[in-house]
Design a protein around this ligand. Sequence first.
Ligand code: KE4
Length: 429
Amino acid sequence: MKFRNSEKLYKKGLKHLVGAVNSPVRAFTSVGGNPLFIKKAKGSKITDVDGNTYVDFVLSYGPMILGHRHKKVQKAIKKALKKGYTFGASTKNEIKLAKIVCDAFPGMDKVRFVSSGTEAVLSAIRLARAFTGKDKIVKFSGCYHGHSDALLVAAGSGLATLSLPGSKGVPEGAVKNTLIANYNDLESVKAHFEKHDDIAGVIIEPIAGNMGVVLPHDNFLKELKEYLVSKGALLIADEVMTGFRSKFGGAQELLDIEADITCLGKVIGGGFPVGAYGARNEIMEMVSPLGGMYQAGTLSGNPIAMASGIATLTELRKQNPYEQFNETASILEVLLLEAAKKHNVDLVVNRFGSMINPFFTDSEVTNFEEAQKSDTKKFAVFFWEMIRNGIFLPPSQFEAWFLSSALSEKDIAKTANAIDKAMEAVSKM
Ligand code: KE4
């Protein structure tokens, strides 16, 4: 495989784009080498500017659940384009997509569309504070909720202490109301409530996908919700990644829990910029113009994005590919574990529905601390061998692989062959 054109574009991109990318993970920093530049995609495949074609398990980090350029989505977008791009006024399709989304989440009477997952989450946090009149928020170490100041935090020394800024440019004041708990550890949440009586809510990825895939223990989410009800605090489910991906109603349907506020993104835009937050009426009626919590956006509810989202969710509901996702993920898990055993590589695989990822470690991964024990150097070797064998993975040990309903048996056979070769390369390190 040659990457000459990607290398040329990378060098050219460095002049006016920071790191030649518009989002850090695309820079391939944690796997080394230069980032690939993509020319086009169709179905389950993606093609780079050197003409190399790959089976795509990135899917733009989730949105392309039907595969790229699904014919029904493309038709809906073309139809919307003929009417205009954006009006700064309401349109029928915003109501249509709102109904599809609210019908899929029992806890959601109303929704507000925004333009990214980050915007959805920062609005949800503001809403929780407005509704409860309290300021503090608890998040879990290893969960990522977009790049708003209050959520770019690093655990301070000892979980019961206040957080430290997790990024330059985030003032201590912006994170003084953010507390960090341990995923799957309810006691670490309770410790904060024993110290603070002004906690508005707890935000969680109900199935974590940003430390790699980490699953909630059996009753963790139910016990968390019950505890929060007893403390008058809200459960905020960040389903930007899991919404409509692990089940049509997201992780909440699968885990039979109901969040007070739900954040969505990725899949609901079908590849166009859409985020959303929603809740029951008494909470959403706090949001302007009905209530005193302000939030706005020029391109919120963008007509093209709404058309793409409606077509994507309509086709997804019709396909109902979730059993197929489970089967494919189960096959991939076996392929990874068998190749690791054959080549004597320590590997753990976590999967949930259409999200899966291998950890190069010898012990279970149930939280961020355990995930960080993974050998990222081994992952880097694995990643590039998979690239050379025609498989495009997220360029980080701490990202989930995503499945699309466009994957074919031929794609899986190609992936199986690549996994064996990549695992052999790791064993020779
Ligand atoms: P965006 O602002 O990137 O649309 O969404 C932020 C976000 C919020 N919540 C969860 C659970 C998320 O996974 C994300 C974004 N996910 C990353 C992938 N780990 C997007 C990829 C990127 O940052 O380039």
